[in-house]
Design a protein around this ligand. Structure first.
Ligand code: UDP
Ligand code: MG
Length: 141
């Protein structure tokens, strides 16, 4: 059975600084993702800590949350069949050194932290992350 899924993606500060926003959004559209909502904003380190709370005990938490609050980001709510896994595939591996050809991280990521894009990794995290950035009324019908 085919079911539509929603996922949350963030174009990270490094990719915004590289003027990669248009290219990345074009790849979402070409791969059949429908954009339900989109906003450019800056978040504080405290907000980044809340968003990445699942990583609180990891050694990279402080550096990651500082990076995510270092400049503008673009958050998008995307919809597609199998959106969560398909977006993760389009993103490529966390470490761009391992990312496959044709992925967004292969093209735009600089290193394992400055890796251009975030994507939800499961149903429950997608729900939390979508509601972190968007209210229900902000999503396209
Ligand atoms: N990260 C890092 N060092 C690491 C692992 C991850 O700086 O060793 C950063 C990187 O920006 C990554 C984010 O923390 O995208 C979240 O890590 P996760 O393991 O969830 O990777 P993702 O789901 O983004 O591929
Ligand atoms: Mg993750």
């Amino acid at each position: 059975m085919k079911t539509l899924q929603r996922t949350l993606t963030i174009i990270k500060p490094d990719a915004v600084k590289k003027n990669a926003v248009g290219d990345i959004i074009e790849q979402f559209e070409k791969q059949g993702f429908r954009i339900l909502a989109m906003k450019m904003l800056e978040i504080s380190q405290h907000q980044a800590e809340q968003f990445y709370a699942v990583h609180a005990s990891r050694p990279f938490y402080s550096s990651l949350t500082k990076f995510m609050s270092s400049g503008p980001i673009v958050a998008l709510a995307l919809e597609k069949e199998n959106a969560i896994a398909d977006l993760r595939k389009l993103m490529g591996a966390t470490n761009p050194a391992s990312a496959e050809e044709g992925t967004i991280r292969k093209k735009w990521a600089s290193d394992i932290e400055n890796n251009a894009i975030h994507g939800s990794d499961a149903d429950d995290t997608a729900r939390f992350e979508l509601s972190f950035f968007f209210a229900g009324y902000e999503l396209a019908q």
